[in-house]
Design a protein around this ligand. Structure first.
Ligand SMILES: Nc1ncnc2c1ncn2[C@@H]1O[C@H](COP(=O)(O)OP(=O)(O)OP(=O)(O)O)[C@@H](O)[C@H]1O
Length: 627
């Protein structure tokens, strides 16, 4: 009986041993998975750390483009001061009084007299597009009077599709891109237009035209009307209004000379549809008044007073640039309204481009040389690293992702513990069984037996080892703290989400088109503004040179792009929906507001603030002495 009892106990023991072995193997598998997850986490943290470091330390200089105005009609027999242009270099013939010979200057880009408005814009397009990615952008046109600043930024007096300037094209392009991204982002766009006239900041979108510059902090002029725009036609009508209100006067050098510095500010807010993250970008398109020699411009009276203010503010700009170039601790921004206006863009974290203009006439060579020298100095000014303006939603999103990863880890841990408990339970059950069939002494004997304990000992060691390993990892893994002390970072769509979407949508995908066939461009036929129809173009177009941009693109455009590809696969082109609704009424809207669509109080109701009402579009010029 005793031997039979022992044989029975022995067979039970072997069975438990077998179960334990199986469980032990499962624990090993789970441990492997856990280690895999942890190493993936480490790689992720390493990549994020590197990216954050680059993001925080990279910086750039102010970019400088140069454009040479062609001779105007009636100047065909003039000899140009421009000797030649090659890549980013321009060589000027200098007369004897400036030391006869040639002087060369280097810039990021030089456009010759034959460059078209479309060519000029396409070079700036990636920079402009980055405002939709949450960057602050500033483009300012600089140059002596009559050198073509207004032509570049707005266009000539009689606008055509081909001659539209940067301002119109930029807004049109932003709407185009916003439309292309509508499955990923919901964008709101609003514009302000101000001018600095005789050291007074004026709102160009109100009737009385005069506002307090209460902020004194750079480009934010909170009292200026901020008018929401949702289409190119809104923008064109507003810009027409602003242009009509702008101070312009005839001088001996330019029959339509800007007597003020004007700034069109475009505020963009984008909400990422899946995460709710908010991006805020701001773009300032500044047309400076031209420096002028009053003896040449023959200015008297009001023109003279304007010229003095213009020259004084441009000289203040020169002082600011000199201080920044020499890295002086004190930069005299407060010496003029213009430098206050540009403060964020010259010394901040915006992407800034100066578009310097020169005239080709020999009698302007003195101004041409000094303008180009100034521009070279501007090119040395270092900017802080351009930053994406993002609300905390992205950090929230990342924290949520971390939390879900932690839950996943805890679940894995729980499973491990559960298995270990099962293993212990089995032993316990076995012990209880043993208890039932033999006396305490025998159980004690069994428990004391080294051979019996051995497998349990192994499992126990694994448990202790695993937990301590996890504890150690958690300590070095404090992403919460890392993120709390980090600058904003674009949201990363969870790979799971993408995979889910891909699985869901791939089955339905039967079209090879990435985007529905669309034509949002207002300019039918002669299309100077390129439209991006595929993801590669979109990537290229939204890219700029800095690494953070590339990372941002990767996170935002690529990942979102995958989703977009999937989402749009099943959409059929809709000729009605895809045609720009503004197209028909905008074929020639820049020549004046459409008679069939007068703006009630300007364009739309002010979105962000009420107070002043935008002026009616057909308002008359405010001052009699302006053109
Ligand atoms: N690239 C160009 N192609 C053809 N015409 C041009 C070009 N640039 C300028 N012009 C013409 O030259 C004249 C002066 O240009 P514009 O008014 O733009 O100069 P500006 O620098 O803005 O002058 P100001 O500082 O006095 O306002 C205008 O008649 C304009 O149409």
């Amino acid at each position: 009986m005793h031997i039979q009892g022992l044989a029975h106990a022995a067979s039970g023991y072997h069975k438990v041993l077998e179960d334990n072995r199986k469980l032990y193997n499962q624990v090993q598998d789970l441990k492997g998975e856990l280690l895999h997850a942890i190493s993936l986490g480490i790689v992720l943290v390493f990549i994020c750390g590197r990216a954050l470091k680059t993001y925080c330390t990279s910086s750039g200089s102010i970019r400088v483009y140069c454009r040479v105005r062609p001779f105007l009609s009636g100047q065909s027999n003039y000899l140009s001061t421009v000797d030649h242009i090659e890549d980013g270099n321009i060589t000027i013939n200098t007369p004897s009084k400036l030391g006869k010979g040639r002087k060369s200057f280097s810039f990021n880009k030089v456009f010759g007299p034959s460059a078209t408005q479309g060519e000029v814009f396409s070079d700036m397009q990636p920079l402009i597009r980055s405002v939709l990615d949450g960057y602050n952008v500033c483009i300012f046109a600089y140059g002596q009077t009559g050198s073509g600043k207004t032509y570049t930024m707005t266009g000539p007096k009689d606008l055509t599709e081909k001659s539209l300037g940067v301002n119109y094209r930029a807004l049109s392009d932003l709407f185009l891109l916003a439309e292309q991204r509508k499955d990923i982002f919901c964008y709101n766009v609003a514009v302000q237009m101000i001018e600095i006239y005789n050291e007074q900041v004026r709102d160009l979108l109100v009737t009385d035209g005069k506002i307090r510059n209460s902020s004194q902090t750079g480009l934010n002029v909170p009292d200026a009307n901020l008018v929401p725009v949702s289409s190119t036609s809104d923008v064109i009508e507003l810009m027409n209004l602003g242009q009509r209100n702008r101070a312009v006067g005839a001088t001996a050098l330019n029959d339509r000379s800007s007597r003020s510095h004007s700034c069109l500010t475009v505020h963009v807010q984008g909400r990422e549809l899946t995460s709710g993250a908010i991006l805020r970008g701001c773009m300032h398109l500044v047309d400076l008044a031209g420096s002028e020699r009053v003896d040449k411009s023959e200015a008297t009276g009001d023109r003279l007073k304007e010229a003095q203010h213009i020259n004084r503010s441009l000289s203040a700009l020169g002082d600011v640039i000199a201080s920044l170039a020499q890295k002086n601790p004190h930069v005299p921004y407060r010496n003029s309204k213009l430098t206050q206006l540009l403060q964020d863009s010259l010394g901040g974290q915006a992407k800034t481009l100066m578009f310097v203009h020169i005239s080709p006439e020999p009698d302007a060579v003195g101004e041409t040389i000094s303008t180009l020298k100034f521009a070279e100095r501007v090119a040395t000014v270092e900017l802080g690293a351009a930053r994406v303006n993002k609300d905390d939603a992205d950090i929230k999103e990342l924290k949520e992702q971390i939390a879900s990863l932690k839950v996943a880890l805890t679940r894995k841990e729980g499973e491990t513990e559960h298995i270990q408990h099962s293993v212990s339970g089995n032993s316990e059950r076995y012990r209880r069984k043993e208890n039932g069939s033999s006396n305490n002494q025998r159980l004690g004997d069994v428990n004391d037996s080294n051979s019996f304990r051995q497998p349990m000992g192994d499992v126990g060691n694994i448990e202790v080892h695993t937990n301590s390993a996890l504890r150690q990892k958690r300590q070095s893994f404090d992403l919460d703290e890392l993120l709390a002390n980090s600058p904003p970072w674009p949201p990363v769509i969870s790979p799971n989400k993408i995979m889910e979407r891909m699985k869901r949508k791939c089955a339905q995908a039967n079209s090879s088109k990435i985007y529905p066939e669309q034509s949002y461009n207002m300019f039918v036929g002669n299309n100077n503004i390129s439209s991006t129809d595929d993801m590669d173009d979109l990537d290229a177009a939204t890219s700029d040179s800095s690494e953070p941009d590339l990372l941002w693109q990767f996170n935002q455009t690529k990942l979102s792009g995958i989703a977009n590809v999937i989402e749009s696969k099943t959409k059929k082109p809709n000729s009605k929906a895809t045609k720009n609704p503004d197209l028909s009424r905008n074929l020639n809207p820049m020549l004046g507001p459409s008679p069939s669509r007068k703006l009630p109080n300007g364009v739309g109701a002010p979105l962000y603030r009420s107070g002043r009402q935008p002026a009616p579009v057909d308002m008359k010029r405010r001052t009699g002495n302006r053109k």
